[in-house]
Design a protein around this ligand. Structure first.
Ligand SMILES: NC(=O)c1ccc[n+]([C@@H]2O[C@H](COP(=O)([O-])OP(=O)(O)OC[C@H]3O[C@@H](n4cnc5c(N)ncnc54)[C@H](O)[C@@H]3O)[C@@H](O)[C@H]2O)c1
Length: 302
């Protein structure tokens, strides 16, 4: 397939371009930032707020993986985040309608579930795609509104539109900072409950994008995409008991499994996350001395 990947100079975009190329797709990578070393030979610098540029980029493609948003951070005002993300998301969906592009996959976020999570907002754990959405930031508002917009565009133009709710992305070389950033102080441990300790390896996120563009007949749908486990050494039941003792469980939780349920992505997309910090670190935070090619999930007990 001829696939346009937006946000291709970014954290998730770089890995997604690589994954799609490895799977044999013809990839047009695009970003408003220049990235000389993009793995795709077809890199086009473009501003997605400009509808003319979006149409020129997307003309003739079979699918779009749309990752070009401002991620939530402290360097942008709420207005700048909302204005950029809403407009570019609308432009991508509108262009797919006008140009009759059959498939779009785009990055939503765990923040639509109520980030930061507090017990009063949680109807149950693990949170699944049926859980009520509670938005608390302009970033989350733009993501949730784009989910609603996606359903509208699917009904209007019959475009297959898949929203992947990613959580807290990690690149392979970032795992070693987890113990210092997240486990060290009690205060920090409390902060991490803000997304129920969910995280995701960029390589798994990229693979989820691939699975979603290759799948047919999805209509409009939303999937949680996370690592198989939580970012903490404790079991998931211990985390629930300690931090959310009054929140009921929708189903029993096993071992260290993610509390942002990925059951639906597993069942419908065939998504099976391959990477976890447990491949790289011991539960005391010390690095495992294993070569990269042995760091597969296969031998890790989640
Ligand atoms: N990083 C995370 O933890 C995380 C978690 C959940 C969801 N997401 C979502 O995943 C997607 C990718 O995130 P990321 O971490 O790779 O972010 P990133 O900032 O590394 O990459 C995003 C890219 O989008 C580009 N971009 C933004 N606005 C643009 C515009 N108007 N025109 C052209 N390009 C534009 C930026 O230049 C940037 O290179 C985003 O939609 C983000 O909201 C990220």
């Amino acid at each position: 397939m001829k696939v346009v990947v937006t946000g291709a100079a970014g954290k998730v975009g770089r890995w997604t371009v690589r994954t799609l190329l490895e799977a044999g797709h013809d990839v047009i990578a695009t970003d408003r930032k220049l990235r000389e070393e993009s793995e795709s030979k077809k890199f086009i610098q473009a501003e997605l707020r400009d509808y003319g540029q979006v149409c020129q980029l997307l003309a003739g493609c079979d699918a779009v993986v749309h990752l070009g948003n401002i991620p939530t951070d402290v360097r942008n005002t709420s207005q700048a985040i909302f204005e950029n993300n809403m407009l570019v998301n609308f432009n991508i969906l509108e262009a797919c309608k006008d140009l009759k592009i059959p498939k779009v996959v785009w990055a939503s976020s765990e923040t639509v579930l109520g980030y930061p999570f507090v017990a009063e907002d949680l109807s149950y754990l693990p949170v699944d795609e049926e859980h009520p959405s509670i938005v608390k930031s302009s970033y989350a508002m733009a993501k949730r509104l784009t989910e609603i917009l996606s359903e509208m565009f699917h009904k209007l133009a019959n475009t297959q539109i898949v929203a992947l709710r990613f959580a807290n992305m990690y690149e392979p070389d970032e795992y070693e900072k987890i113990p210092i950033m997240h486990w060290s102080e009690e205060g920090q441990r409390d902060v991490q409950k803000k997304n129920a300790w969910a995280y995701c390896d960029v390589r798994d996120a990229a693979r989820a994008c691939l699975l979603a563009i290759e799948k047919d007949n999805l209509g409009f749908d939303i999937f949680h995409i996370t690592a198989p486990d939580t970012i903490f050494p404790e079991t998931s039941q211990e985390l629930v008991d300690k931090f959310f003792p009054d929140v009921s469980l929708k189903r029993p939780v096993e071992g260290h499994e993610t509390l942002m349920a990925i059951d639906k992505a597993r069942k419908v997309l065939g998504y099976e996350p391959r990477y976890t910090w447990r491949n790289v670190l011991n539960s005391d935070g010390k690095t495992k001395a294993l070569p990269e090619d042995q760091l597969a999930l296969l031998n890790t007990d989640i």
